[in-house]
Design a protein around this ligand. Structure first.
Ligand SMILES: *[C@@H]1O[C@H](CO)[C@@H](O)[C@H](O)[C@H]1NC(C)=O
Length: 481
């Protein structure tokens, strides 16, 4: 025996022959969509492989058949409804479920919907007045959600429960699950997967750098900060501050980074670059000399060179370097008074040695017992350091021949030299005189009375010192005290 399966397509019913599955009920030129196992009274099945128009079906008809037998317990075929229930009541009693006139109520199991009539009657033509079947209740296919998925206990049929999950980094918002309900509708509303988790941003460690040798800056590099986001793969990072590999000046620099994920969640981090300029203690210029230093004078790597003023000779190393451990290399150089030769034969030979280097104060007295000289001598002894600071060498011409003495500090001068000096600067032996000679050998001032050191200094400073010498003098003014 074959049966026919019919599928409704719009207003049409398409039927295919399928053994044992479906039966097509032909009734009053009307095709009835037959339910599984719903048998009808006719002995033969009608097969149709074509489209047939569906009209109003299942109208109950009353027939007057010639030989009606109300006692036949099998007037109509036994009614069965897969996935459903048939409850019949016969005029003849409960046991007669297929007698003529039996009325049956059809209902479907949970999860099934009745298609067709809910009540049929066994008719005189030995057929049931209608056909029905139970169809599994289905909900529509749940759409996929962005950044998420769902899994269902029984697909999209009634009572199936679909649980939603979100991709890593996303949080579920809304109903966590939806159930396919009896009416074929999903419970709840579609949830969404949202990214509320900010990315993770890790800045490099803060660092302290020492300015490079001979510089007040340090070049500092670092790796890009590490960024991670559970949801997004590629993230754009923004920097606020100098780029890696920049030269940083001394002090504290804050470098900030921030990042946004695609959901505009923000993360930020910062780190500090501190640049330290290592410095040595400032060097003091040597007495009678000065320093010239590279870079910033006393920063790490700075080189200082010692120079001596005219008339002074350098002793010791001429350059010192400020080292990493904040100490200077080597020892300070000294500027020592040049050594003059006093055993020369002429005044010219003597004066040549002082040319452009030293000034001379020639003190002449007829006798060491001279009152003016004695007074002046006391004052000059006290002024020795001050005169030296002003580059003045004292030459004494004392007494008269044959006991005449000429000397520079303890060194005696040749008689010829004394005579030459007296002539050159026109210095009489008859009275106390002091002559101040500049560094070019020109006599600039004469003193015939004892003169205080302050007066001498004032004169030298006002008329003889160069601008540069005056500046250095200011720096060392206290030296002699
Ligand atoms: C500083 O370092 C130099 C060499 O780099 C060393 O000779 C000197 O002793 C150190 N000075 C101090 C104070 O540590």
């Amino acid at each position: 025996m074959t049966s026919t399966r019919c599928i409704r397509i719009g207003p049409l019913l398409r039927c295919d022959t399928k053994p044992q599955f479906f039966a097509l009920l032909l009734f009053n030129s009307v095709f009835i969509h037959s339910a599984l196992g719903l048998n009808y009274g006719g002995s033969e099945n009608v097969d149709h492989g074509s489209y047939n128009e569906v009209q109003d079906v299942y109208e109950e008809e009353t027939y007057s058949a010639p030989q009606m037998d109300y006692k036949n317990p099998r007037w109509c075929r036994t009614l069965s409804l897969p996935n459903g229930e048939v409850a019949c009541s016969s005029p003849r009693g409960g046991g007669y479920t297929s007698t003529l006139g039996t009325r049956c109520l059809l209902s479907c199991d949970r999860g099934y919907r009745l298609l067709g009539r809910s009540s049929v009657q066994c008719m005189p033509n030995r057929r049931w007045s209608g056909a029905s079947h139970c169809r599994k209740i289905r909900c529509h296919v749940l759409p996929l959600i962005m950044h998420g998925a769902y899994s269902c206990t029984h697909g999209f049929v009634a009572d199936s429960r679909c649980d939603y999950t979100c991709a890593p980094g996303y949080q579920l918002e809304g109903d966590r699950y939806r159930v396919c309900q009896d009416a074929g509708k999903w419970s709840g509303i579609e949830p969404t997967c949202a990214d509320h988790e900010p990315p993770k941003l890790k800045c490099p460690l803060s660092r302290v750098k020492v300015a490079e040798p001979g510089k007040l800056t340090a070049r500092v590099s670092w790796d890009r900060p590490l960024v991670k986001d559970t949801a997004d793969k590629t993230l754009e990072i923004f920097r606020n501050g100098p780029e890696p590999g920049s030269d940083f000046t001394a002090g504290i620099h804050v470098i900030r980074y921030k990042v946004y994920d695609q959901a505009k969640n923000r993360a930020a981090c910062k780190f500090i670059v501190r640049v330290e300029v290592k410095r040595c203690p400032a060097l003091k210029p040597p007495l009678h000399g000065y320093l010239s230093c590279s870079s910033d004078g006393n920063n790490y790597g700075a080189v200082c060179e010692y120079h001596c003023e005219a008339g002074y000779e350098k002793r010791g190393t001429s350059t010192r370097v400020c080292q990493f451990n904040r100490s200077w290399s080597d020892k300070a150089a000294e500027c020592l008074l040049m050594q003059f030769k006093t055993d020369v034969r002429t005044a010219a030979a003597l004066l040549d040695q002082f040319y452009e280097k030293r000034r001379l104060l020639i003190v002449s007295t007829p006798h060491v017992a001279n009152q003016y000289y004695k007074l002046q001598n006391i004052m000059l002894q006290r002024a020795e350091c001050g005169l030296d600071l002003r580059h003045v060498t004292v030459i004494e011409l004392l007494g008269s021949p044959p006991r005449e003495v000429g000397r520079i500090k303890g060194s005696h001068l040749d008689f010829e030299v004394i005579e030459d000096l007296r002539q050159a600067f026109r210095i009489s032996r008859a009275y106390f005189t002091m002559v101040l000679v500049d560094e070019h050998g020109v006599d600039r001032e004469r003193f015939i009375n004892p003169t205080t050191s302050d007066e001498l200094y004032a004169y030298i400073e006002d008329y003889l010192l160069t601008e540069e010498e005056r500046e250095r003098l200011e720096e060392n003014r206290d030296f002699c005290e």
